[in-house]
Design a protein around this ligand. Structure first.
Ligand code: ATP
Ligand code: MG
Ligand code: FE
Length: 344
């Protein structure tokens, strides 16, 4: 089946066409430039940008894929989690297409889409796999038994997401927003063992209750205190070493818990997705530790890691092929959609 996917959970308007596990075209328009000057996403600004970008982005995807709208077999759209205003714009566009074409509509989970997009690159998932989705809004570990029907959340962040923690530390180091990629760059020339920052939720007492949950706000505070103490003493801040030590702490906790979950659940394929999987420190540490543990690591190229329509079309394609019932035309968009729900 040919699936048209629409993504509008945050600041990217994404539209893609997928047939089976093949991506025909992925068109993305971003309103990030408009948000950068505010140092964060403004939901009203994002909603308006989605409204303006929607029809041109759909047209561009169809044109580049050389597909006529009448050839589309199903529409998939992000139902959540995400910002309610932006989600509603995407759901409305998808609903209009569904009614106009007389084709089924599927409201799907954005976070699971970040994992599903991998199938366009590395092929169908094996029977069972582990997925770690890390982005500006999420740090979620999931056991994927069937990406279209059976996903179980094993853990998630109790406070900041990994990308969010990077952005906050970026701000306190005086880096432009979003700080994540800047810290990554600085960290490459720093010593990851220069400063021993705390690893959240890895103490014995925390482990019992939060085996696969994450916490990054304590780490962010520890970096802030370390930097303040240096500044108070009138000392230079070794930006490269701070960035490298901080990035190492985040990558250490993410990979250690994820690999422990693979072992416990006897899974030997790990999929990493989400905008933060662009992070070099995480990529390097995951590659090293997965190789040592005999785990097949799948991380797609960067353009598939950030928010896009391909992830939604890919998940929609799996859902259609699994024979899942279409969604109600009035898709109930849900800002905090649980991982147990793949399709609304
Ligand atoms: P979500 O996907 O949860 O809705 P989002 O749109 O903010 O949220 P993405 O666009 O997928 O997420 O990812 C952006 C986040 O990833 C930002 O926090 C950004 O700083 C971070 N990020 C991007 N590249 C890197 C990098 N190389 N190193 C560290 N962080 C990075
Ligand atoms: Mg984004
Ligand atoms: Fe996302």
């Amino acid at each position: 089946p040919l699936v048209l996917g629409i993504e509008t959970s945050c600041d990217e308007t994404g539209v893609a066409l997928v047939r089976g596990d093949t991506l025909l075209f992925d068109a993305v328009a971003s309103s990030m430039d408009e948000h950068a000057r505010y140092g964060g996403i403004i939901p009203e600004v994002a909603s308006r940008a989605h409204l303006e970008a929607m029809v041109p982005t759909i047209r561009r995807a169809l044109g580049e894929a050389d597909v006529d709208l009448s050839e589309v077999d199903a529409i998939a759209v992000t139902a959540g989690p995400g910002l309610v205003g932006p989600l509603t714009i995407g759901a409305s566009a998808a609903k209009a297409l569904s009614i106009g074409l007389g084709k089924p509509l599927y409201g799907v989970n954005h976070v699971i889409g970040h994992a599903a997009v991998n199938q366009l690159v590395d092929g169908p998932f094996p029977g069972r796999s582990m997925a770690l989705v890390v982005s500006g809004g999420h740090s979620t570990l999931m056991l994927v038994e069937d990406v279209a029907t059976k996903v179980t959340e094993l853990g998630s962040t109790l406070d900041d997401a990994a990308g969010e923690a990077f952005d906050k530390v970026g701000r306190l180091l005086g880096l432009p927003y979003p700080g994540g990629p800047h810290i990554d760059r600085l960290a490459r020339d720093g010593d990851p063992e220069a400063i021993r920052f705390p690893r959240g939720l890895t103490a014995r007492k925390d482990q019992a209750k939060h085996a696969y949950d994450f916490s990054f706000s304590g780490l962010k505070t520890a970096v802030a205190r370390w930097v303040e103490a240096r500044q108070d003493a009138g000392q230079e801040i070794p930006l490269n070493d701070v960035a490298a030590s901080f990035a190492a702490a985040v990558a250490d906790v993410l990979t250690a818990k994820t690999i422990a979950a693979c072992r416990e659940h006897d899974v030997d394929t790990l999929v990493i997705g989400g905008g933060f999987s662009a992070n070099s420190q995480l990529r390097d540490m995951a590659a090293e530790r997965c190789a040592a543990a005999g785990i097949d690591l799948r991380i797609p190229p960067l353009r598939y890691c950030t928010d896009n329509g391909a992830m939604i079309a890919a998940l929609g394609s799996s859902v259609v092929r699994a024979g899942v019932a279409p969604s109600d035309l009035d898709i109930p968009v849900d800002s905090s959609m649980p991982m147990a729900i793949v399709t609304v």
